[in-house]
Design a protein around this ligand. Structure first.
Ligand code: PEP
Ligand code: MG
Length: 315
């Protein structure tokens, strides 16, 4: 027990039986990168690039972007940095990428849909990311937000490769993409579940409305079922699937996600130690059994209680 606790206190994420689960940081810019870089984690699982440009009046040049990305990558040395291309839209407006007001912004031209209408913005970003990757030697991987179809995934991957970046992925945050993950992930190198939006779209509950937080709970069995479908699809496609929504930082839910086939977890850096300890106390089979218990529950509360009761008592 003491040996396990010591092993769990630092280093790469692993289940008790040695299955590697990368523990990664969610960051929003240079300052976050400088704080997370020195910490004991395996890199970045989600760099929300739109955060950097929230106050920009005009589109940043390739040179300006390269300098920012260089400063973001530097603190991570040769570790992995998963960069999400601009996730802008009427719900997260950027002045230089504004397509006008929309009736239902969460369902509108956001994320990759906006990039498809403004491909010059995407290409400038990819060019800068490739340049910054070369300057720093970071293991840079790029993913697109708000992907719904296999055509969108393939279109994005082609643009990523054309800009000289080696790895393209997609966020799995639209239920349609999760249900068809074997096809969608077949067109790219990896997937990352965005459980914040996946819950919003699965439960048809606006994530900006605090009154709806019960519906947005990632323990909702329907959300777990959609994640499970994505896990099966990822295995069929032979592609790694991570999680970068807030749910990855909940130690009990992290175990369930691993049981559903997830191989990396990205979260606020401060949450990494507790998740590392939880993983080290459970085998892959334990995680699968916890996932089955959660999905067997009728409600979100029952799912959480069932997993808490069955998980290692130290958690
Ligand atoms: C998500 O949707 O879960 C996610 C990680 O992205 P964001 O919260 O930035 O939409
Ligand atoms: Mg999202």
């Amino acid at each position: 027990r003491r040996a396990t606790a010591l092993a769990a206190a630092s280093g790469p994420g692993r289940t008790k039986d040695g299955l590697a689960i990368a523990l990664l940081a969610n960051i929003g810019g240079v300052e976050d990168a400088e704080l997370a870089g020195p910490q004991d984690l395996e890199g970045v699982g989600l760099f929300r690039t739109e955060f950097v440009f929230l106050s920009s009046e005009t589109a940043p040049t390739v040179a300006e972007q390269t300098e920012i990305y260089r400063r973001v990558f530097e603190p991570f040395g040769g570790r992995r940095v998963v960069v999400r291309t601009l996730d802008a839209g009427a719900d997260k407006p950027l002045k230089f990428a504004d397509l006008g007001p929309e009736e239902n912004p969460a369902l509108g031209r956001r994320g990759l849909r906006l990039s498809a209408e403004r491909p010059e913005l995407l290409d400038a970003q990819l060019e800068a990311l490739a340049a910054a990757a070369k300057l720093t030697g970071a293991d840079v991987r790029v993913m697109a937000p708000m992907v719904a179809t296999v055509e969108e995934a393939a279109w994005f991957a082609r643009r990523v490769y054309e800009n000289g970046l080696p790895k393209a992925g997609v966020m799995i945050e639209v239920p349609g993409a999760a249900l068809r993950a074997s096809h969608v992930l077949g067109a790219v190198d990896f997937g990352s579940l965005g459980t914040n939006d996946l819950a919003q779209y699965t439960m048809a509950a606006d994530r900006m409305q605090g009154e709806l937080s019960d519906l947005l709970d990632p323990w909702q069995p329907a959300v777990l079922d959609v994640i499970a479908a994505a896990g099966i699809g990822a295995r069929q496609a032979g592609k790694p699937l991570g999680v970068c929504g807030e749910s990855a930082g909940d130690p009990l839910l992290a175990l369930v996600l691993v049981g559903l086939g997830v191989s990396s977890l990205s979260m606020a850096p401060g949450k990494v130690p507790a998740v590392r300890v939880a993983l080290a106390a459970h085998t892959q089979l334990d995680c699968q059994q916890l996932a089955a218990a959660a999905r067997g529950a009728a409600t979100a509360t029952e799912a959480r209680d069932a997993v808490r009761a069955a998980a290692s008592p130290e958690l």
